[in-house]
Ligand binder design. Structure first.
Ligand code: 5AD
Ligand code: SF4
Length: 471
């Protein structure tokens, strides 16, 4: 089939820079598809599923948007600016469509699910709208367009996990891959659109997860990140043995595939991360000691309005358990929202104070963006002024930067096992890789290969990166 391209663009979530996959050169029977992906890691993983489905049906793919018969945008709806970016991007397709009127333009993902028909009405350029659970239907939807109609499927499923679809790895460094273990979210945090765009929580069957992980290991991958909106609530009942597989068991099974396969996971919810999960992490050296634990706020009043279902004290107790079971070097990162409805200066101080109490390794920080239809949009006023939101966000970012520096400095002098992921972007004489606790380390190359493990002594750091020497 044809060359394949998915450009990944972050809307401020976990991935920052556009990534372009390499081209393949097989025959395409049904035309060439170009996909751009925005948003979170789940979206990037979904684009790999979409690619698999389309290649399987005989479509080709291209890295050149001007060469494409179909252009797909896999979109994010988490904040308004993510959607504005897509609207803007769509405008830039006008020129393509006027030169090539038959080109099909499709919107996939969370924005498709949120806006449904409205997208077809508002954006005349758009021919196809498909929500996150409708990707198996894409070939049919594309057929409908062939016949001169617009096409839409935004049905949310209670069962779809794409469990039997082998994702086509995109932008892969051949060392790290993402494996989706569950879809949807039942938590209903009041600010969040995800329960509406990704539907009910459902867990993928254990066997297909472990097969995918083993297959990746056999192909040379050495790091797998298990993905879900809320991984700790993974639950799957084995219909043959009647065993209830919970998340702590799942990570144990994944770790047992091979001790040279690193297992990571994201995202955890403070109410669900149990000591069983922490003990499983402690038991297996190849389950990486790093936890992404969104706090969202340090104020109990705001946490309640957010419907996070835990208190600041509960959150801090979870941090204590992480540190007592896994030790001080376990990496911990957070998400924080600045300027949620009615947030006072005191609430904001409580958030800064939470950061001071934990000293996180890293954080993703945002200003509150009201999402239509969410409980917060229905019940509360978005009444913190934009300049105050921005000022509070900056204070949170500045404090986090200081804390990241403190945590990085604590690593200096230690010896770390690093999985080598590639050449340093700045110097061909250097490799880079990650520590167990998810810090990037750059070091002068020796004879090691990409995908191997090396021991490195940490000798220094910049704001975001550790520097080291092979030992
Ligand atoms: N406004 C700002 N940030 C949000 N997030 C989710 N919804 C919103 C919103 N409406 C943030 C949360 C979540 C992360 C993925 O995005 O911090 O953990
Ligand atoms: Fe959104 Fe909360 Fe679910 Fe995360 S846990 S996806 S913030 S509703």
């Amino acid at each position: 089939m044809q060359e394949l391209n998915i450009v990944a663009k972050s809307s401020g979530d976990n991935l920052d820079s556009p990534r372009i996959s390499t081209d393949s050169d097989e025959l395409n029977l049904l035309g060439k598809v170009y996909i751009e992906s925005y948003g979170c890691q789940m979206n990037f993983a979904d684009s790999e599923v979409v690619t698999s489905i389309l290649l399987d049906k005989g479509y080709g793919t291209t890295s050149n948007i001007h060469d494409a018969d179909t252009i797909l945008l896999n979109t994010c709806a988490i904040r308004d600016n993510a959607e504005q970016k897509i609207r803007h991007r769509l405008q830039s397709f006008k020129a393509i469509k006027s030169k090539k009127p038959k080109v099909v333009i499709g919107i996939l993902g969370c924005m498709a699910e949120r806006l449904k028909n409205q997208l077809l009405e508002e954006e005349k350029l758009v021919d196809l709208v498909a929500g996150p659970d409708a990707y198996r239907d894409l070939p049919n939807l594309l057929d409908q367009i062939e016949n001169g109609q617009k096409a839409i499927n935004v049905f949310l499923s209670k069962e779809e996990t794409y469990g039997n679809i082998a994702p086509v790895r995109l932008h892969s460094n051949g060392v790290s891959a993402f494996v989706s273990i569950m879809r949807g979210c039942d938590n209903m945090c009041s600010f969040c659109v995800v329960p509406f765009t990704r539907g009910r929580e459902r867990s993928r069957d254990l066997e297909s997860i472990l097969n995918e992980c083993s297959d990746l290991f056999n192909k040379g991958y050495r790091e797998i990140t298990l993905l879900g909106q809320n991984v700790d609530s993974y639950r799957w009942l084995n219909p043959i043995t009647n065993e209830l597989v919970t998340f702590d068991k799942l990570i144990g099974y994944a770790a047992e595939i091979n001790s040279d396969l690193r297992i990571r996971f994201s995202t955890s919810h403070p109410k669900d991360i149990t000591n069983d999960v922490l003990h499983a992490m402690a038991k297996y050296p190849n389950i990486c000691k790093n936890i992404h634990l969104p706090a969202q706020s340090g104020s109990n009043r705001i946490l309640e309005l957010m419907n996070r279902t835990y208190t600041r004290e509960w959150y801090l107790e979870r941090i204590d358990s992480i540190r007592s079971i896994l030790g001080d070097r376990c990496g911990i990162s957070h998400d924080i929202i600045a300027g949620f409805c009615s947030e006072s200066d005191q609430d904001h101080q409580d958030t800064l104070n939470l950061l001071e109490s934990v000293i996180f390794d890293f954080g993703y920080m945002f200003t509150y963006s009201e999402r239509p239809g969410t409980p917060a949009a229905k019940k509360y006023k978005d009444d913190v002024q934009p300049d105050i939101k921005a000022k509070r966000l900056q204070e949170i970012i500045d404090l986090q930067r200081k804390h990241s520096g403190i945590r990085n400095k604590q690593m200096i002098g230690s010896i770390q096992r690093i999985l080598v992921e590639g050449n340093s972007k700045k110097s061909s004489l250097h490799h880079y890789g990650k520590t167990d606790n998810y810090k990037v380390v750059v070091f002068e190359k020796g004879t090691e290969k990409i995908g191997s493990y090396v021991n490195v002594k940490i000798t220094g750091c910049t704001t975001g990166t550790l520097l080291g020497e092979l030992i």
